[in-house]
Design a protein around this ligand. Structure first.
Ligand code: FE2
Length: 366
């Protein structure tokens, strides 16, 4: 826990100067990836500014509409399951959007949320960001989870944190004041991951965590976080080896070395899944906070082996081949693992790597 309690004065100064913000327009891809890797290794996060430029309203509108459609689709799915509709009827329903799982033994699941966001999907595969992700994780990466997060908090004046259980039976901060936090790490390090029930729990890495980046959380800020507050982080906490949800600290109170991330609309926040972080309780009930959270993992991490009965969680929501074909070219490879109609092979870069090592080793054979 040493890293949590103590950070150097020079790091404090650098954080005040927002040295973790890299300009996506000024820096070349190569510079961006080296600088981002250094920051993520040292403090667990960085921000790439100016990834999406111009008027962002079209994305905000699309995501707000998508959110509404996702909720309606989820409710319809619940209703039809309750009615006892067969798998065939669910899959062929005229309005419902569910897809076959790539596992034959599993029932259909809600379609991946990217299906509802064709405009935003053109921005998700931006090479400046995917170059960084691949540089840190490996050349073959996959998006394991994706969802929008739209926050308008109207309970800001609550004097005390109000904590209620979510739909998976886990305690969550429902309302509070500006000092309310909800510290956690993300999957695969989050020890709650995401339920106390076996049928929904997707497992977690044993503590102390190995010093290895196993996943990157990518948050696209579509509204300006300066109006409503950026993500709270504890810089360098990814090196502590522990999660704040290990039962030794209060996860709802501010921490000594916390920092609120500064970014602007169109910026992208990247974070090691081990980093202690929390969404802000929003300071303005009129301002909106619209973000898309995607979680990226290397080829070697099994994303969807557990919670096999879940049809509603956000883990590896499937896509059909028709859906994949509609995605922008630069995004398809990151979603192909979710499609039951498509085989996924180790990508070309990894194969070339294999070949090159093989060639070099053969030369040395005696
Ligand atoms: Fe998180």
């Amino acid at each position: 826990m040493k890293k949590i309690n103590k950070i150097s004065n020079s790091l404090k100064k650098n954080l005040r100067k927002e040295y973790y913000r890299l300009d996506g327009l000024k820096l070349k891809n190569n510079e961006l990836k080296f600088k981002a890797q250094k920051l993520i290794n040292e403090i667990g996060f960085c921000v790439i500014d100016n990834v999406i430029t111009g008027n962002l309203d079209k994305y905000v509108n699309e995501i707000e509409k998508a959110n509404f459609k996702i909720k309606a689709n989820t409710e319809l799915f619940k209703k039809l399951i309750k009615k006892g509709l067969s798998e065939e009827s669910l899959l062929n329903h005229p309005i419902l959007e569910v897809r076959k799982s790539k596992f034959r033994s599993r029932k259909s699941k809600l379609v991946n949320d990217i299906f509802w966001m064709p405009k935003f999907s053109k921005k998700l595969g931006d090479k400046r960001i995917t170059d960084i992700i691949k540089f840190i994780l490996d050349d073959h990466v996959r998006i394991g989870q994706l969802h929008s997060k739209i926050g308008i908090n109207q309970n800001i004046n609550s004097r005390k944190n109000k904590i209620t259980n979510d739909k998976f039976g886990l305690p969550r901060v429902k309302s509070g004041d500006l000092n309310s936090r909800e510290w956690h790490t993300d999957w695969p390090h989050d020890p709650w991951a995401y339920s106390k029930n076996r049928s929904e729990n997707i497992g977690c890495v044993k503590e102390p965590f190995p010093d290895l980046t196993m996943g990157l959380v990518v948050i696209h800020y579509l509204t300006d976080p300066k109006d409503v507050g950026g993500t709270w982080v504890v810089p360098a906490s990814h090196k502590s080896g522990f999660s704040p949800r290990h039962g030794k600290i209060s996860i709802s109170l501010p921490l000594k070395n916390e920092h609120q991330v500064k970014a602007k609309a169109g910026s992208v926040f990247l974070q090691d899944t081990r980093l202690w972080h929390s969404s802000p309780v929003l300071s303005n009930s009129i301002a909106k906070r619209v973000t898309i959270v995607s979680r990226w993992y290397p080829w070697w991490l099994e994303l969807d082996d557990y919670a096999p009965d879940s049809r509603f969680n956000i883990v590896a929501r499937p896509l059909s081949l028709k859906d994949i074909k509609k995605l922008p070219k630069n995004l398809k490879s990151y979603f192909i693992h979710l499609c039951f109609e498509k085989k996924e092979y180790i990508n070309r870069k990894l194969i070339l790597r294999t070949k090159s090592f093989l060639k070099k080793s053969i030369k040395l054979l005696r």
